[in-house]
Design a protein around this ligand. Sequence first.
Ligand SMILES: N[C@@H](CCC(=O)N[C@@H](CS)C(=O)NCC(=O)O)C(=O)O
Length: 229
Amino acid sequence: MFELFIANKNYSSWSLRPWVLMRELRIPFEEKLVPFGGADEPNAFFAFSPTGKVPCLIDGSNVVWDSLAITEFLAERVPNVWPSDPVTRAWARCATAEMHSGFLKLRGICSMNCGIRVRIDPYPAVLLREWARIDDLWNDGLVRFGGPFLASETFTAVDAFFAPVVFRVQTYEPALSARSREYVNRLLSLPSMQEWYLAALSEPWRDEEHEEEARRAGAWLQDLRRVAT
Ligand SMILES: N[C@@H](CCC(=O)N[C@@H](CS)C(=O)NCC(=O)O)C(=O)O
């Protein structure tokens, strides 16, 4: 059975990608959650991941330590990770790659923190441009391939890569088109996303680095997480 090492569900956007993909495609795996340690503690992720980062997939003697590499590793073993039509698949791979290597302002300013609601005011222009690009990209996929997911009737890897952005929409409330909003609501209502979200809310840990990032983003309107221990 695959073992998937991940970090805190509240913060770990990279972990969410393979986790939600495997849940949606019903790929059995054992979840191994290792919470972020404090800045002064040794990085516990090095026990299983050569980069000291999560996610990390273990399949027997194979160690796969990057979310995109995990996706391709799975695509070689199970069906339906990518859309079957080559043209659609090329689009899905482009959008996935754009997410994997881009949107640096969005990632930097709007870090994933599932349980809080934040008002960014004013929205920096560079950030607005990246949200606008996300909106265009989602509209392009949803119109071109007919939805309800980004590149087909079913959830594929490209949806998994944008799942953390969907939680960021919930937290930071950027202005988006009606079609993108519908897509966000569709993803948020998936049982797998609900499972992740409820687990994120009930986590007892707080990681100061991530908390500080979210404090820098703007004024907190709500913190829906259980009280930290
Ligand atoms: N390119 C990697 C990035 C993974 C990554 O940055 N993971 C973060 C967690 S969300 C991490 O492990 N950070 C721990 C650290 O940098 O010490 C991937 O796609 O998996």
